[in-house]
Design a binder for this molecule. Structure first.
Ligand SMILES: *Cc1c(COP(=O)(O)O)cnc(C)c1O
Length: 374
């Protein structure tokens, strides 16, 4: 049996929708983009959604909107995909890392206040694996110190914690529709926000700072465009949006399938002494995006290879960002700076988790893990 790490779930309906775009006029941003944005905003109870070409762009645009740049600091986690910290670097600001909770891998809200300085402009938490950070606490700290909160929600559309949903006002939330995310267009991203001015800025900023997009310019009477500020080029096109519009309707069905697989894994793996599982926090509703186990760091790579030999696709989410050469060299980080993060970075193995996994495949993964990690 060969089990890929991830298999997308695109249906004939999704493919037919793309065909409609291809048979039409506008391949770039247009009516499909808008339909997708409306669905996303409605699903998340946000006032606005803006479709982009990646989750990384989403993070960068939010930081730029707040005018964050050289001399500024943004507090974030070293336990994430590198995009999170890279977006801060790309703006010229400094990512200030805070260690994570040993139990969940999420940024430790208790440590954030100690890292706030005069230069801190924002907090950028990541809802790791699909379980939200302690947003009640993080929002309170942000409010007290008058800093912005941008949520990296690449791992969850579907979560909630202590009654707080993803991207609750006044926060912005950033999403990714990269190839292995829960809904995908291969590449894609979005921001949700609650502020009309921010929304208007994002719509222009994703298209060079132009005052009208192609559909506006050509479908009505020709209108000259102006360029109000130096923007970017990261608009979501109609093809990507067409792939996403029907997946939006299946989010909860996909989620339920991942939940059931997660429960099977949990039941089997909680009995294995050498496996630790990320804790599920009370009052938290997970998006079940990634299924990760934590094993003996000295044996992690050996287990990874053994699972690969058994033809099970695996991943590492993630190795610590502060120990990547770029960050080590630039900021002189060393091992020991963020011990909880480093443990996870050395111990983590992610197993396949997606709706198309069959019962037999899940059973095979469980049996293989049991044989390899005794
Ligand atoms: C996937 C991901 C991103 C980046 O998204 P892209 O669409 O690939 O740019 C950012 N943060 C996290 C936590 C991610 O998993």
């Amino acid at each position: 049996m060969k089990i890929e790490f991830y298999r997308h779930n695109l249906s004939d309906k999704d493919k037919d929708e793309v065909r409609k775009v291809l048979d039409g006029l506008f391949l770039t941003t247009g009516e499909w983009t808008k339909t997708f944005e409306d669905k996303l905003a409605a699903y998340l109870n946000a006032s606005y959604a803006v479709g982009l070409s990646s989750g990384t762009n989403a993070l960068e645009l939010c930081l730029h909107y707040y005018g964050i740049g050289p001399g500024d600091e943004v507090i974030t986690t070293p336990m994430s995909f590198i995009a999170t910290a890279n977006a801060i670097e790309a703006c010229g600001a400094k990512p200030v890392f805070v260690d994570v909770e040993a139990s969940t891998g999420n940024i430790d809200a208790e440590l954030i206040a100690g890292k706030i300085s005069e230069r801190t402009k924002a907090i950028l938490p990541v809802h790791l694996y699909g379980q939200m950070c302690d947003m009640k606490r993080i929002n309170a700290i942000a409010q007290k110190h008058n800093v912005k909160v941008i949520e990296d929600s690449a791992h969850c559309l579907e979560s909630e914690r202590d009654g707080v949903p993803i991207g609750a006002a006044p926060n912005m939330a950033c999403f990714s529709f990269y190839a292995t995310k829960s809904i995908t267009s291969g590449e894609g991203g979005a921001i949700t926000c609650h502020d009309k001015e921010a929304y208007a800025w994002f719509i222009k900023a994703r298209m060079h700072g132009m005052s009208a997009d192609a559909a506006d310019r050509y479908s009505k009477l020709y209108k000259h465009y102006d360029m109000e500020f130096l923007g970017f080029k990261c608009n979501m096109n109609n093809i990507a949006a067409a792939l996403l519009v029907h997946q939006m309707d299946s989010i909860d069905t996909f989620l339920e399938k991942r939940r059931i697989i997660t429960e099977k894994y949990n039941k089997a793996f909680s009995q294995i002494k050498d496996i630790r599982l990320p804790a599920v926090v009370d009052g938290s509703k997970s998006a079940y995006h990634l299924y990760t186990i934590w094993v003996d760091p000295n044996k992690r790579d050996e287990y990874l290879h053994a699972l690969q030999d058994a033809e099970i696709g695996v991943a590492v989410n993630y190795r610590s960002i502060h120990l990547m050469s770029y960050y080590r060299n630039k900021y002189e980080y060393v091992r020991g700076d963020f011990p909880n993060c480093e443990f996870i970075g050395d111990a983590t193995i992610t197993l396949p988790l997606y709706p198309q996994l069959t019962d037999a495949e899940v059973e095979y993964i469980i049996q293989s893990v049991k044989e390899i990690i005794k």
